[in-house]
Design a protein around this ligand. Structure first.
Ligand SMILES: Cc1cc2nc3c(=O)[nH]c(=O)nc-3n(C[C@H](O)[C@H](O)[C@H](O)COP(=O)(O)O)c2cc1C
Length: 110
């Protein structure tokens, strides 16, 4: 049997879609596998340095989160490979339509 050593893996792992807007109101999405529930009222997402991370510093840290599904798999994978930093047409290429969400009023801890 193959040994992976000591890793912090809990599998299967969901892939979260993080939706944000930039300073010009352009929607973006990235995916995050390093996330999960935190206690009863919060989620936690481990964020690297992405266009999304910059967007989170705007708009009071507002974002949406959803699950990637079998139906959205291709576009969900795409937004985890391509950065809006390098491709301004990133979202247009997904074929997704952005809709404004209602704020839940929770604060973002960064
Ligand atoms: C399957 C998968 C899981 C990922 N999980 C994370 C994650 O948990 N945290 C993170 O910071 N980046 C994660 N990434 C990388 C970002 O999704 C990726 O760098 C993305 O292009 C950032 O987009 P943006 O710069 O437009 O925000 C993941 C990528 C893939 C393909």
């Amino acid at each position: 049997m193959k040994s992976f050593g000591s890793k912090p893996w809990i599998l299967p792992q969901s892939v979260l879609m993080i939706g944000t807007y930039n300073e010009n109101g352009v929607a973006n999405a990235m995916n995050a596998a390093w996330g999960g529930t935190w206690d009863m009222h919060e989620i936690i997402i481990s964020m690297g340095s992405h266009a999304t991370t910059e967007n989170l510093k705007l708009n009071n840290g507002e974002f949406t989160v959803a699950f990637a599904t079998a139906e959205t798999m291709v576009a969900s994978d795409f937004v985890g490979i391509v950065s809006a930093k390098n491709d301004p047409e990133k979202m247009a290429k997904t074929g997704w339509t952005a809709e404004k969400a209602f704020s839940c009023g929770k604060e973002l801890n960064v």
